[in-house]
Design a protein around this ligand. Structure first.
Ligand SMILES: Cc1cc2nc3c(=O)[nH]c(=O)nc-3n(C[C@H](O)[C@H](O)[C@H](O)COP(=O)(O)OP(=O)(O)OC[C@H]3O[C@@H](n4cnc5c(N)ncnc54)[C@H](O)[C@@H]3O)c2cc1C
Length: 457
């Protein structure tokens, strides 16, 4: 039987994982990427933001070192060195992924692709002698991602007014940054800039930062923000932005005005679908422009799939990659095995603030809203030996389980290395393990994981 011709538009986590899985399983794969293999995740989002946060963390470490008997001192950041470091991390990651895919036989094209009809993709190549290619496809994956949402009242100049894409690093470290938007991205950038020494004000449209998260978790972060003099402007919806040579003024619907030296917009994203030819193939989109998919990530045109941010589901690189894998399995006919659907409710996610925040599965507040009976156990890091040794005993582990069966339904962690520690609970939620399974596991001692075992005990 002839190999399936699988054409993928977009080389972010969804596109890359789909290409690798499909080619491993015998498909003839072409991956079209216009910018950098690894995608926005590598160039603009996950990787540079976490790299900047890690560098900013050096200052926090220096602060903590004061009580350790071996005090560290921090210089002001050298923005040119930082810029070069960001570029080098992205390039290294991109090159190694590209090498791997080429080694697996994936045909890589640098260029911009669009659907011409249900079975054809046109590509304008990025080479010196740019040309238009026409590719025939048995299956297509649309994985072109998303970009920051810019409201009509803001003009982004990349200096006074930035999106997250201008912050790796910015042209200058702002004296006083006003961050608009208090979701995951907004709070991460508050943390990033305060660690680089900026004064930060956060415009919060509701009464709680991280409105989608467990209130206790959000409260822990708010406390930390307030302790480091981050101004929280709550119940404030920005609707105008004035920019002058000296700074910015963010105006809110209720008349409040917040002056700063710079502003950063973190108010969500829009699908990267302009010029993608969705109309030419009759692809259905929702009211926000995201491509509508079913449980196999198929669009209404069944051999055309959408994955990653463009599919408007949970906007996480890990989810995008998993969608890519499932899509590839579906394309090559491996989806008939059991337990193959992606369960978005079981995706672990993290917020790289300080303290870090991570969660998975059912949250306490969510269960309460659903009227679902649960058992909640919570243990603080303050009782943990390793947290004391590390000099950072902030936060807690919270486990949510079924009171009848003991099955772990979810968990939240606030504290150092929460993004790593949540994996234990994520595995338990994924595999329907019971709290006893965690409590009976022999963890390393002393370790922060001891707190997870204590919460399960
Ligand atoms: C600031 C920020 C930080 C984030 N941090 C995290 C994090 O820590 N962890 C996490 O899991 N998620 C994080 N995310 C979310 C994560 O980055 C996205 O969910 C993920 O990148 C989506 O992957 P994707 O496969 O949709 O493709 P993307 O990574 O969005 O890449 C899409 C690619 O498609 C290419 N493309 C677009 N149009 C075309 C075309 N017509 N032809 C060819 N190529 C095209 C683009 O050049 C791009 O390379 C963050 C997001 C933001 C904004």
């Amino acid at each position: 039987m002839a190999a399936v011709k699988f054409v993928i538009l977009g080389g972010g986590p969804a596109g890359v994982e789909a290409a690798a899985t499909a080619s491993r399983n015998g498909a003839q794969v072409t991956l079209i990427e216009r910018e950098i293999v690894g995608g926005a995740a590598n160039l603009w989002d996950c990787i540079p933001s976490k790299a900047m946060i890690a560098i900013g963390g050096v200052r926090a470490l220096a602060q903590r070192s004061k009580s350790s008997g071996m005090e560290l001192h921090c210089d002001d950041p050298d923005l040119d060195v930082l810029r070069a470091r960001m570029a080098s991390i992205s390039e290294q990651l991109s090159h190694s992924t590209e090498r791997q895919l080429k080694g697996q036989g994936v045909n890589m094209i640098r260029g911009t692709g669009r659907l011409v009809d249900e079975h054809h993709v046109a590509v304008i190549t990025e080479s010196e002698n740019s040309e238009e290619l026409l590719l025939e496809a048995d299956a297509v994956l649309l994985a072109t991602g998303s970009s920051p949402r810019i409201p009509p009242w803001a003009v982004v100049d990349g200096n006074r007014v930035m999106t997250t894409r201008h912050a790796y690093p910015p042209l200058v470290i702002p004296e006083h940054l006003v961050v608009i938007g208090s979701g995951v991205t907004g709070v991460e950038f508050v943390h990033l800039f305060r660690s680089f020494g900026s004064k930060v004000s956060l415009v919060v449209s509701r009464q709680q930062v991280l409105p989608q998260k467990d209130p206790e978790v959000a409260a822990a972060l708010e406390t930390d923000f307030l302790q480091s003099n981050v101004a929280l402007i709550k119940g404030a919806r920005a609707d105008r932005l004035d920019v002058s040579d000296d700074g910015v003024v963010v105006h809110c619907e209720d008349g409040r005005a917040i002056a700063g030296s710079h502003a950063l917009l973190a108010i969500g994203s829009v699908p990267a679908s302009a010029g993608l030819g969705l109309d030419c193939a009759g692809i259905e989109v929702n009211s926000s422009g995201y491509v509508v998919i079913n449980q196999h990530c198929q669009t209404n045109v069944r051999h055309i799939y959408a994955g990653g941010d463009l599919s408007g589901r949970l906007q996480l690189a890990s989810v995008a990659a998993m969608q890519g894998r499932k899509i590839a399995e579906h394309v090559v006919g491996l989806h008939t095995r059991d337990h193959r659907h992606l369960d978005y409710d079981k995706a672990a996610s993290a917020i790289f603030t300080e303290p870090e925040i991570a969660d998975v599965g059912l949250a306490e507040a969510e269960a309460f809203a659903l009227g679902q009976k649960i058992r909640v156990t919570k243990v603080p890091f303050a009782v943990n030996a390793k947290a004391m040794i590390d000099g950072d005993p902030r936060g807690f582990v919270k486990l949510v389980s079924d009171p009848n069966t003991g099955v772990v339904l979810g968990g939240s962690i606030v504290g150092a290395h929460a993004a790593e520690l949540i994996s234990v609970i994520a595995l338990a939620v994924h595999a329907n393990l019971r709290v006893d399974d965690i409590a009976d596991t022999l963890f390393v001692h002393p370790s922060l994981s001891d707190v997870i075992a204590a919460a399960a005990d």
